[in-house]
Design a protein around this ligand. Structure first.
Ligand code: UD1
Ligand code: MG
Length: 473
């Protein structure tokens, strides 16, 4: 990038977020299934390369680093949180290398890249030293108010000061235009003047907002530009705001999916994460959660109460009520549920059925195979056309290690069988109901591993009569 154009984005995210009354850092609280700060980083990374995005962290910094390191953002440590001005002071070494710095807050997750770009373009075009992104919310309480300079009796682009709620006089409290906490700065005047900030205020903090007055005194241009849509620039300061933004982001996701040809009944009851993809003509019933990187194909039906996370579902799949899936894949026209639990590594092939109270883990279930009732299948490779009877259990764990069960094509496992791994059932073999299978079953054989049935004729009748006689005497 040519000198004179270099732009960094600094995201202030070091605060504790006292008003959330949480022991966890505010910026790790989630909306739309993603940490607040992750939303902001993702928006920032669409405006400048991720190498030029800095997150200023402090409160529980290690947790934040761990949770968001994968984004590639650079971290700046603000060990003691002495205010928004102090946060930027802590980033001086890294940020002064850039010609301009866009400052965002880690707690404004709805900020869109287009709005950051608009702020940037306005700031560069007007050659301002500081440009403040402002909004006019229905209730300005709690926000810093924008005092614009008057020119010929009319408010101009230029800002005289930002006055915090606690410091504002009656006249200033009437101002509806507020500071969103998002700014653009030219680095040179910013860092030449930032040390003049003082802590002479209600919180005894260095306020970044005071740069407006300081830069004005230094004969630098301080401007304000309004964010088009107000909601996106507003931060999260309480739990109520957090869930309100969450609802907003999820409603927008459902609307986008419906616009793309997905039917979602009672969308307000569904929780669908931002990165979820769904094909056309799929129907999502009420109270469904589709989370993480889940992909659902076309013509599927996901019935109520299902919670599906990081899973891939093909086309024409029916997921019946109450199914739980985590990191599973389900191929075309399979039927899952009701009340199935597909755990990580479950791969259910085309037209296979997994039914009531069946749990699977690290399993490949072949084409058209069925496990319909009350079964545990773990660490298993199961071929095509297999029938797993009700109550079958793969005993995959010996207390120390996990072992594999191999079930070849066309096997029929009778109900209530236990298959003690490692074990293999050869192609086309049968297992008698109630068997405990510990040895390999050859192809096409019948294996029976249970006590032989004995019938004692008349035993029950004689016993009853003996008991009745004993009671009389
Ligand atoms: C700030 C603005 C206010 C504006 C509002 C918009 C100041 C003094 N006031 O107030 O004018 O209307 O945002 O939401 O800036 N942070 C740090 N280090 C610190 C302190 C804060 O990184 O030492 C971070 C916080 O984690 C947060 C952001 O800066 O992400 C804003 O801080 P916050 O305490 O929420 O400021 P507000 O009181 O909301
Ligand atoms: Mg705030």
């Amino acid at each position: 990038m040519k000198k004179g154009e270099s732009i960094a984005i600094a995201i202030m995210a070091a605060g504790k977020g006292t008003r959330l009354k949480s022991k966890h850092p505010k910026v790790l609280h989630e909306i739309g299934g993603k940490a607040l700060l992750r939303h902001v980083i993702e928006a920032a990374a669409q405006v400048v390369p991720i190498e030029d995005v800095y997150a200023i962290i402090g409160y529980e910094a290690e947790l934040v680093r761990k949770a968001l390191g994968d984004t590639g953002v650079k971290f700046i440590l603000q060990e003691e949180q002495r205010g928004t001005g102090h946060a930027i002071m802590c980033g001086r070494e890294e940020l002064k290398k850039y010609e301009h710095v866009l400052v965002l807050s880690g707690d404004t997750p709805l900020i869109r890249p287009e709005v950051i770009e608009r702020l940037r373009d306005f700031h560069l075009q007007k050659k301002a030293a500081m440009t403040i992104l402002t909004a006019v919310p229905p209730d300005p309480f709690g926000f810093g108010r924008i005092v614009r300079k008057k020119k010929g009796g009319k408010a101009s682009d230029e800002v005289q000061a930002i006055v915090e709620q606690k410091a504002a006089n009656k006249q200033q409290l009437k101002i509806g235009e507020i500071n969103t906490g998002i700014y653009a700065f030219a680095s040179k005047p910013l860092f030449e003047n930032i040390d003049k900030l003082s802590t002479d205020n209600a919180h005894r903090e260095y306020y970044l907002t005071d740069m407006a007055v300081l830069l004005g005194k230094a004969k630098q241009k301080v401007l304000a530009v309004k964010a088009g849509e107000m909601a996106e620039a507003l931060g999260v300061n309480s739990r109520a705001e957090l869930v309100r933004l969450d609802a907003q982001i999820r409603a927008a996701k459902c609307t986008a999916l419906m616009d793309a040809g997905v039917t979602i009944y009672k969308p307000e009851t569904c929780t669908i994460d931002a990165d979820v993809e769904i094909g056309t003509d799929t129907v999502i019933e009420p109270f469904v959660q589709l989370l993480g990187k889940t992909k659902v194909g076309s013509d599927c039906r996901i019935r109520s109460g299902s919670v599906i996370e990081n899973s891939a579902i093909g086309d024409g799949v029916l997921v019946r009520q109450g199914t739980i899936m985590d990191s599973a894949s389900v191929h075309n026209e399979a039927i899952i549920g009701p009340y199935s639990h597909l755990r990580p590594g479950s791969e259910i092939s085309e037209k296979a059925h997994v039914g009531n109270f069946v749990e699977t883990k690290k399993v490949k279930l072949g084409k058209g195979s069925k496990a319909n009732h009350l079964t545990y299948l773990g660490d298993s490779v199961i071929g095509a056309g297999v029938n797993i009877g009700a109550g079958t259990i793969t005993c995959n764990y010996d207390g120390v290690n996990k072992h594999t069960t191999t079930i070849e094509d066309g096997v029929f496992v009778g109900s209530d069988s236990t298959l003690v791994a490692p074990v293999k059932l050869g192609k086309g073999s049968y297992v008698g109901a109630g068997s405990c299978i510990t040895d390999e079953v050859p192809a096409d054989a019948l294996a029976i591993g249970r006590g032989r049935q004995i019938n004692k004729e008349g035993w029950a009748k004689a016993k009853r009569e003996a008991m009745a006689a004993a009671k009389k005497s």
